[in-house]
Every structure is written in structure tokens, then in C-alpha cells.
Design a binder for this molecule. Structure first.
Ligand code: ATP
Ligand code: MG
Length: 272
């Protein structure tokens, strides 16, 4: 396994109340090149797990291992390698990209920080290559992100994460803020990247429909605990927990006619 999370627990300080336990004995593993879906209702602890995986916060109990590195106690060279090889994409493509930086600066930043390309020209070539890879025009690298759509910004965020060749990409609700018609495009792009780059992806979502296409392994989280996990097939065809089924039932379009009507209404909305 590329990353193993073993029995982690996490509480947040809630002074003057006792600390609130938000993760309890969570065990998850991510294999190289694998797309893992992490689903659960709001407040179930998905983002807390994502932050632990990125070493942005530390669990009080349990261990996290990434390719031989003890993530919770890592320092120096190990931590630097971890910081390069495990990257992230967040939900909000508006808040996560600095509006004062050009696309070239945004995507090239990681190359500078990790000293991966020797010259400015080499950095620029690499940025152009990334723009092309995520389906954007390299000629746009001098522009600022304010003139890009939500979907395009998320493509920029993905290019920014992938430019330094990570092995795991942790995506916390990366399509939740996007128009429904754009969501599938971004998911397809992530799948493309996963296959082309042998990239492992951890994809956080609150409903199962979003992870269905991309993730071959799915972990279901409820109140800070893993209540079910399995292959896509096991979860979609034979979910054991009623809670898992309710996450499936939350998916829109329970009846096709209503779905068609809703899609038609949406098309009208976007057309005007
Ligand atoms: N910094 C914090 N301090 C205190 N409590 C927190 C903090 N961050 C999260 N929590 C609480 O921990 C629980 C889990 O939060 P988390 O953000 O991990 O859930 P989530 O599954 O990502 O939810 P959502 O789908 O709404 O993003 C929630 O009850 C939340 O209120
Ligand atoms: Mg969250």
C-alpha cells in the first residue's frame, strides 16, 4: 500500500465543552494508482481524514504511513518528499487560487518551491505542458484566474497540484461547487490523469453518484467511523448498510421523467 491509515482517532477542542471526537478508529489504505472514494454525510469527518492524509493536522491516536514514511512524526527530508508526493485539490476553485497571481505563476509555484526545473524557460515549458494536459490553452498562462469559469479554475488547481508529479492527489469535494454539466468533465479529467500518470486519487464526496464513475474502491463514513468499505461493485450492487443505501438514495433522479424535466430546466437556466 502506498498510504496506510491505521486506527486513527481525532478530537477537536470545543472549550468549554469536552473535546468532540470526530474520528474514531479509522483505518483506510490507498494503493498506488488507485482511485478511492470517501463518502459520508456532512459532518461525518471526511475533510478531517483528508487533512490527516495531507499532514495538515495530526490525529491523537493511530498511525499514518506513506511509502515508508511515518507521516505523523516526519521531519526534514522525509517531510519534504511527502509534501511533494502528496498533493491536494479543494472544493472552492475561487478561494483556493490567489487572484493576484497569473496562471503561469500559480502552476509554476511548486516547481520553484521544490526546485524542480533549473531555469525560467524550463519552468514555462513545464507549465505549458500542464495546461495542455488539463485541457487549457497554454497561450492563456499570462492571464489571471478571475476571467476563468469555475470548471477552468478547477483545471488550473489540478495542473498546479500535478505539476510536481505527486503520487497521491487528495481531492476534497472538488466538483461540489461546479455546475452539474461541468462536474463530469472534471471527473473525467481526474480519471484521465489517474490512468496516464499512475496517480492515486482520494476523492471526497457527500454522495455516492459522484464517485461512481471514478472510484474502484469506496469507503463509507458515518459519524467519524468507517461503516462500510468495498469495491465499487460491492457498494453499488450490494450495500449492506441502510446508511450507505441512503447515500445512494440521496442521488437525484429517482424517476427518469422527473430527471429529464430537471435537466431540461437546468439547460434553460444555463442558456439564459
Ligand atoms: N477546526 C475544527 N474545530 C472544531 N470542530 C471541527 C473543526 N473542523 C471540523 N469540526 C467538526 O468535526 C466534524 C467533522 O467535520 P468534517 O469537516 O471532517 O466533516 P465533513 O464530512 O468533511 O463534512 P462536510 O461534508 O460538511 O464537509 C464536524 O462535526 C465539524 O463540526
Ligand atoms: Mg468536508
Amino acid at each position: 500500500m502506498l498510504m496506510s491509515i491505521d486506527r486513527i482517532s481525532k478530537s477537536y477542542n470545543a472549550f468549554p465543552h469536552p473535546p468532540a471526537k470526530v474520528l474514531n478508529d479509522v483505518t483506510i489504505s490507498v494503493g498506488a494508482g488507485e482511485a478511492l472514494g470517501l463518502v459520508g454525510e456532512s459532518g461525518s469527518g471526511k475533510s478531517t481524514i483528508a487533512k490527516c492524509m495531507l499532514a495538515l493536522i495530526k490525529p491523537e491516536k493511530g498511525s499514518i504511513t506513506y511509502d515508508g514514511i511515518d507521516v505523523i512524526h516526519a521531519a526534514g527530508k522525509d517531510l519534504r518528499r511527502f509534501r511533494r508526493e502528496v498533493q491536494m485539490v479543494f472544493q472552492d476553485p475561487y478561494g483556493s487560487l490567489n487572484p493576484r497571481m497569473t496562471v503561469e505563476e500559480l502552476i509554476g509555484e511548486g516547481l520553484l518551491v521544490h526546485r524542480l526545473e533549473p531555469t525560467a524557460a524550463a519552468r514555462r515549458d513545464r507549465v505549458a505542458e500542464m495546461l495542455e494536459m488539463v485541457g487549457l490553452n497554454p497561450n492563456d498562462m499570462a492571464r489571471y484566474t478571475r476571467s476563468f469559469s469555475g470548471g477552468q479554475r478547477q483545471r488550473i488547481a489540478i495542473a498546479r497540484a500535478l505539476v510536481i508529479r505527486p503520487r497521491i492527489l487528495v481531492c476534497d469535494e472538488p466538483v461540489a461547487a461546479l455546475d452539474v454539466s461541468v462536474q463530469a468533465q472534471v471527473i473525467n479529467l481526474l480519471q484521465d490523469m489517474q490512468r496516464k500518470l499512475n496517480l492515486a486519487i482520494v476523492f471526497v464526496a457527500h454522495d455516492l453518484a459522484v464517485v461512481r464513475h471514478l472510484c474502484e474502491k469506496i469507503v463509507v463514513l458515518h459519524k467519524g467511523e468507517v461503516v462500510e468499505q468495498g469495491s465499487r461493485r460491492e457498494i453499488f450492487e450490494n450495500a449492506k448498510m441502510p446508511y450507505t443505501r441512503s447515500l445512494l438514495a440521496a442521488v437525484p433522479v429517482p424517476d427518469p421523467a422527473a430527471g429529464r424535466a430537471r435537466r431540461a430546466a437546468r439547460r434553460l437556466e444555463t442558456a439564459t
